[in-house]
Design a protein around this ligand. Structure first.
Ligand SMILES: Cc1ncc(COP(=O)(O)O)c(C=O)c1O
Length: 396
């Protein structure tokens, strides 16, 4: 049975407002239709066009497009040669794919704790977990706030580690005026529908290293050195598979959509920031609601708007607040269950509670509110009204 809104009254919304959603307009549809009518719907010209536009936008030399953010992370781990016995440092507060990519290559993810105020990877914890087997650090720009890349870069350089940015949340963000996508040795993006731009499913890796870029191009195409279009141009049937790769190719249909979406990115990031400011201002009256800290040296891209609940001030658990907001028609979510608490990691790597106490404590208190550019001002007001209603009901 559906849970009733507070006091059994009318919910703030009749239909559920999701926490994230794509925005596809007629222009997007038209560009996709053009590709559908063209001779190349995959491995065609739109792939390089999207890659070049993306690399230019984030200030990187190379961009390699693949079929998902997860494939992009996997390709990054392949590019840097992660293999059994290697360790890669990963923050506990992230989506499972940030760590899974290490396991795909036979490596071991080493989970580190996060900063209590931003929930971003804590550089002090990174230093403490480095061993002679450590090969790389994956920094996750959780919610869309860039990590402290200068500090991470100096740690990586001192220990000969490769710095990878899982920037799946942070397209359009900046750190000390520099764009995300140009901050780490490899920078990974996702184009899932809830992200800043979408290709349905899709991903991208940016880098200034030509060897990494070349390795990833081969990796996404079965480990084969040329693709079908190149062979057609050369009038040749010959190809060689030089390593074990996957079919992680993205289609021209998706890249056409990505190119069209990219034009809208600046306006969408601005709208995300505007909504976040409205939330911050509205929730200031409730000390039980604590937005995550945003550092002064970043421009936050707000993929997610996450707040911590001060449960000592409420007569409800996080689960009860979550259920009450859902009953009001607000599609709240929780990002994330710390990765080291998932059964797979506990069983395979012996991780579990106590390993990353800051992330574990945060997990008990966090809740994600809807935030996406297409939200109307009325949608934003609905979220604020519902939060006000639920929190004032449960305030001690
Ligand atoms: C931090 C992070 N990394 C990686 C991914 C994986 O991206 P995709 O869903 O495109 O495979 C996600 C997706 O939600 C993510 O949030």
């Amino acid at each position: 049975m559906e849970k009733l809104a507070i006091e059994g009254g009318m919910p703030v919304r009749k239909t559920l407002l999701p926490y994230g959603r794509q925005w596809i307009d007629e222009e997007d549809i038209e560009t996709v239709v053009q590709v559908l009518r063209s001779p190349w719907i995959t491995t065609g010209p739109k792939i390089a066009e999207f890659e070049e536009a993306f690399a230019k936008l984030v200030g990187a030399k190379y961009a390699v497009a693949v079929s998902s953010g997860t494939a992009a992370l996997h390709a990054a781990m392949y590019a840097i040669g992660i293999k059994p016995g290697d360790e890669v440092i990963v923050p506990a507060m992230t989506f499972a794919a940030s760590a899974n990519c290490v396991v795909f290559q036979g490596g071991t993810p080493v989970f580190v704790d996060v900063d209590p105020e931003t929930l971003l990877i804590d550089p002090k914890q990174v230093k403490a977990k480095i061993t002679p087997r450590t090969k790389a650090v994956i920094a996750v720009d959780y919610t869309g706030q860039p990590c402290d890349y200068d500090v991470l870069r100096s740690i990586a350089d001192r220990h000969g580690l490769i710095l990878v940015a899982d920037a799946c949340h942070a397209l359009g963000a900046t750190y000390k005026g520099r764009l995300v996508g140009s901050l780490a040795d490899l920078n990974v993006f996702s184009f899932h529908p809830v992200k800043h731009i979408t290709t349905g499913e899709g991903g991208m890796i940016t880098t200034d290293n030509p060897d990494f870029a070349e390795r990833m191009r081969i990796f996404r195409n079965h480990g084969i050195t040329t693709d079908y279009r190149q062979r057609e141009k050369q009038g040749s049937w010959f190809y060689e598979m030089v390593d074990l790769g996957y079919n992680y190719r993205i289609t021209d249909i998706q890249c056409a959509l990505g190119l069209s979406q990219l034009n809208k990115l600046p306006g969408w990031v601005k709208r995300r920031q505007e909504i976040a400011q409205k939330y911050n201002a509205a929730f200031a009256e409730f000390p039980a609601i604590r937005p995550l800290k945003v550092r002064a040296d970043v421009s936050h891209a707000y993929h997610l708007y996450v707040v911590r609940l001060d449960l000592s001030q409420l007569r409800a658990t996080r689960a009860e607040i979550f259920t009450a907001l859902r009953a009001e028609g607000i599609g709240v979510n929780v990002h994330y269950i710390p990765v080291h608490l998932h059964p797979f990691y506990r069983e395979r790597f012996g991780t579990g509670p106590g390993l990353c106490p800051v992330a574990e404590a945060a997990y008990e208190e966090i809740i994600t509110l809807p935030l996406f550019p297409r939200m109307s001002d009325n949608d934003v007001e609905d979220v604020i009204t519902a939060v006000r209603k639920v929190v004032s009901t449960y305030q001690k």
